[in-house]
Write a protein that binds this ligand. Structure first.
Ligand SMILES: Cc1ncc(COP(=O)(O)O)c(C=O)c1O
Length: 414
């Protein structure tokens, strides 16, 4: 990726042109949410300006246009993930997707004594719903072992503790804190060999960094949020494998997800619509389609390589600095995520100091408190990289890190 090509891409993301505290913005909080291309922003404006109507309801022209545009994006997403259109369901985000599966599937398949396999690396969105479902069903949460060095799921360790009582296996694909990628393919093979468990993947941090073919992964469900993939907030996507549509009940009941409503009972449409009660985030879906159009014409493989090169450069430079602790296995690809701390500086103070230099990064527990306990820290700094970041930004970021360290050690020097 040469500088000219990258500049052309950056021009498509208007917010990257702004300043923060009189400094050019350096946006390194992409794991929290990504920035939006003009194509998406203009797509949303166009939808509200010319086509706005509720989908799947009216017979008038606007309603038909809205429905057609909405359903076309379902097809686009199915193609992107290489699955069937009826397996793509819209909701408000990864959090809602995992809740829909925990309550819609978990309550149907779990019985007292059954096991839910998770890891201690999960984002709270893939832990807390299972805790609640475990309480309601009498099922038990068991944490799969991970390699203490790499944090990759220990497949042999998992095989040793698998038995027929395991009904759900739910894990992240890429960790939001340490960027580790889990071997989902190999994991699903082991699970299928020993059990009939349903395999649920939290893909919030993977979709924007990996080429996915969900059919090849042989999983039952995959959830992600459009806003982390250059799309709008308020839109989540859930892949539900057709083979579990019978087992998984709707999570939201109400308008447009039904066939027939009698006074005391109702029956429901088939997937995807049975999982989409109420008015849908139509403008978000339509504008996410514009994001996908835009991404489809970019050389994504090259851009992912560029992201990884920037990540390696950052890790390399930070790990060469005294007093900086990095919390991930630096020999692995970490998909744009770098978690670290600067000795004796609270991460919130450091993040504020970065902000004064126009740099946006995240400080906190990243909604992964069990993992923070394993790392033995209350919080970390997290820089997260996207393909629109540049080598110059990474090098400037490292210089600022040195300055922050010096400032907190010795005070301001002229
Ligand atoms: C791994 C992971 N899972 C789930 C979520 C929740 O996503 P959302 O807040 O968009 O529902 C996040 C958000 O940061 C995440 O990183």
């Amino acid at each position: 990726m040469n500088a000219k090509q990258l500049a052309t891409i950056r021009d498509e993301f208007p917010v990257l042109q702004r300043t923060v505290h009189d400094q050019p913005l350096i946006y390194l909080d992409n794991a929290a949410t990504s920035q939006k291309p003009k194509a998406m922003i203009e797509g949303m404006l166009d939808y509200y300006t010319y086509h706005n109507a509720n989908s799947h309801r009216g017979v008038h022209q606007l309603a038909l246009e809205s429905t057609e545009a909405f359903e076309a994006v379902r097809g686009q997403i199915a193609d992107w993930l290489q699955v069937q259109t009826n397996e793509i369901i819209f909701n408000s985000g990864t959090t809602e997707g995992i809740n829909a599966i925990a309550f819609g599937l978990g309550l149907s398949v779990l019985e007292p004594g059954d096991k839910i396999f998770l890891t201690q690396l999960e984002h709270h969105a893939n832990l807390v719903p299972w805790q609640e479902v475990a309480k309601l069903t009498g099922a038990e949460i068991v944490f799969m072992p991970v390699d203490p060095q790499t944090y990759v799921i220990d497949l042999q360790g998992v095989a040793k503790i698998l038995d027929q009582s395991v009904k759900i296996v739910a894990t992240h694909h890429v960790s939001n804190v340490i960027g580790v990628q889990q071997p989902i393919n190999e994991l699903s093979k082991i699970i299928r060999e020993y059990t009939n468990a349903h395999i649920i993947i939290d893909g919030a941090q993977s979709v924007s960094h990996l080429k996915l073919n969900l059919k090849n992964l042989d999983i039952d469900a995959y959830c992600f949020s459009a806003h982390k993939m250059y799309g709008p907030t308020g839109l989540g996507i859930m892949y539900i494998n057709e083979r579990i549509h019978q087992d998984m009940a709707p999570f939201k009941y109400g308008g447009e997800m039904i066939n027939q409503v009698d006074d005391f009972s109702s029956n429901y449409k088939v997937s995807p619509w049975k999982y989409e009660g109420g008015t849908q985030p139509i403008a978000e879906v339509v504008s996410f389609g514009k994001t996908l159009d835009y991404l489809s014409q970019l050389p994504m493989d090259e851009l992912w390589e560029h992201e990884q090169a920037l990540t390696d450069r950052l890790i390399h430079q930070l790990s060469a600095m005294d007093g900086v602790s990095i919390y991930q296995d630096i020999s692995q690809e970490t998909h744009g995520i770098v978690s670290y701390n600067i000795e004796a500086i609270h991460p919130h103070d450091a993040a504020t100091a970065y902000d004064l230099e126009g740099i946006a990064i995240r400080a906190g527990h990243h909604c992964a408190q069990p993992l923070m306990r394993i790392l033995n820290v209350p919080a970390t700094l997290r820089a997260s990289i996207s393909f629109y970041n540049t080598v110059e930004e990474i090098d400037y970021f490292v210089q600022v890190t040195k300055r922050i360290k010096e400032f907190f050690e010795h005070g301001f020097r002229k």
